[in-house]
Design a protein around this ligand. Sequence first.
Ligand code: PLP
Length: 407
Amino acid sequence: MPPAPTGARPGVLARNYEPLDVVLVSGEGSWVTDVDGKRYLDCLAGYSALNFGHRHPALVAAAKEQLDAITLTSRAFTHDLLEPFARAVTALTGTEMLLPMNTGAEAVETAVKAARKWGYDVRGVPDGEATIIVASGAFHGRTTTIVSMSDDPLTRDGFGPYTPGFRIVPFGDADAVAAAVDRTTVAVLVEPVQGESGVIIPPADYLPRLRALCDEHDVLLVLDEIQSGLGRTGTTLAQDLVGVRADLTTLGKALGGGILPVSAVVGRRDVLGVLTPGTHGSTFGGNPLACAVGIAVADLLVPGTLQARAATLGAELRTRVEALVAEGLLASARTVGLWAGLDVEPSLGMTGRQTCELLAAHGVLTKDTHGSTIRLAPPLNIEREDLDLALDILTKVLRERRAAVGG
Ligand SMILES: Cc1ncc(COP(=O)(O)O)c(C=O)c1O
């Protein structure tokens, strides 16, 4: 008989993440609870997938009702919620057509395929030569084509050979885009605000200038709003802040209400129309359960109350974090709507990760990125006093650290 195992079983979960040491078992609204019953304020909100908080009653009700009806048909058949879902999301976003997918990366892949096919079919770009201009520091997902458009070594290195056809230019620099456009360019694909990079906000004229450039050269403007969209910036889409409408917009995360992965590309009918039966698809894309939740998500956003709330609470968030900059606890702070990227003051000698660990110990969950940056993206319906509490705890953690390093 083999000897009974003595030590812990070696890990069986692939280590593609390095989570904080918090094991969650339940969540409600902005609060989550761990295995020991400790409660935390969720100020990451699933990277904006939980814009409506955990288990929003309207979203859970829509999902439960649909679980008792039908959950999957495949696209070999259709179902009663597919068209209503497309109508709800296009109406919400002021777009003409929707193509449903599941994850964010799939939506971006879909936009890349649609843009290339449009380039060949409509613009007459020679086959195989289409190029797409993307931004440095961007994050659009993890597939092999998408990592091919990344210049982040952690995301990209070790996964070649890479998909050709992407030109990377500095983010926020419309002149660089203008210089990179040529007759092979079919699209400019950027995030309106770079989320994973640390909530990097481009100059106010960036998107309007890209829009004008794309119009001038008959190039598609594709905006990845998977993280920035659906209320986070205080508007339905981040592009609404500057009055721009993209030709294609990718949506994901919050579209599934934190319940299941739901993504989509919305945009111009003549562009998405180049994808004909058999050229693209997904077994689960637009499934009945996803559509039920997606419609309920759109319904939550139609009145505009949540967007307005994100803007109001976002103004308070900005005042509070700017005070931390003035106090010398943060080196800088960028906010838009209810979304903040905070750079911890280097003299505190604390990485973003260490800051997140301390915050977690004090009952606030958030996520670091790129060294000393932390991100705050609480649910849009967080109670004002809970947001205050999270910011009080952040202030306390930073002040205590400064006291500890003798500042
Ligand atoms: C802007 C943006 N695009 C795409 C993605 C990829 O989404 P998913 O992880 O659902 O594939 C993300 C995820 O963080 C994102 O922030």
